[in-house]
Design a protein around this ligand. Structure first.
Ligand code: ADP
Ligand code: MG
Length: 224
């Protein structure tokens, strides 16, 4: 489902002598449907950067990234946006949403985008938010003032509302308590069983051991 081939990344930084700051070189790996693969390696080695390139948030100028056999680096912005909506979920470390949009609407949005009926989208969103122990008092509020753990659970609900072919998870359990962590591990296992390919960054070894089939050490692709 995902194939990363000879990918490199450097950032152009004006206040560096040579102007370029290389992070990754020659990254190669793949993720198949129904498996969960963990990106590991020291903080700062480029795990989140790789994931952002796969989601198209960071430009990738060197190499190829195939999603469902399509090299996303050949896609126009509008085509990439369609591919994301249809095939790719991304739970980032931090919640970034528009102000004044309610939690329930944010979770329903990916479903409505794919022409699910409002009633069914609402049903799925409510079930997910309840499962993640997010009090129904919060459902009609914007999550921007929620606690870190609550925001993370909203992010997870948004990423898990659909059955995406590829799911990218950047430390989804980092600020969760034991009970909610266990629930998220179950949700990841269920997505695998449904055939999603999952690429994750998990600080927590317990989570990795429970849900991941393989690990890829990103420091092997270090450019320094
Ligand atoms: N937008 C950016 N501009 C400049 N440098 C960046 C940017 N994003 C990440 N980096 C740098 O790339 C390196 C890898 O970061 P990151 O991928 O977040 O690491 P990890 O997720 O493995 O902890 C870090 O040194 C970081 O400072
Ligand atoms: Mg990171």
């Amino acid at each position: 489902m995902l194939e990363v081939k000879n990918v490199a990344k450097s950032f152009n930084l004006k206040n560096l002598d040579k102007g370029k700051f290389s992070v990754i070189r020659d990254a190669c790996f793949n993720v198949n449907s129904g498996e969960c693969v963990a990106l590991i390696g020291n903080s700062g080695c480029g795990k989140s950067t790789l994931m952002r390139m796969i989601y198209g948030n960071y430009v990738c100028a060197v190499g190829k990234i195939y999603i469902d056999k399509e090299n996303i680096l050949d896609l126009k912005a509008i085509e990439m946006s369609i591919l994301r909506k249809q095939k790719m979920g991304y739970v980032s470390q931090f919640l970034r949403v528009l102000p004044r949009v309610s939690t329930i609407d944010l979770v329903m949005e990916p479903l409505l985008d794919q022409f699910e009926s409002r009633a069914r989208a609402k049903d799925i969103a409510e079930t997910l938010l309840s499962r993640l122990n997010l009090s129904s008092k919060l459902w009609h509020l914007s999550p921007l003032t929620f606690s870190g753990g609550e925001q993370q659970r909203v992010n997870i609900a948004i990423g898990f509302s659909k059955d995406y072919k590829l799911l990218l998870l950047d430390e989804p359990t980092a600020s969760l308590d034991r009970e909610n962590k266990r629930i998220v591990m179950d949700m990841i296992s269920e997505k695998k069983e449904k055939g999603s390919a999952i690429l994750g960054i998990f600080h927590d070894k317990e989570v990795r051991d429970k849900v991941c089939d393989r690990e890829i050490d990103v420091s092997n692709f270090s450019a320094s």
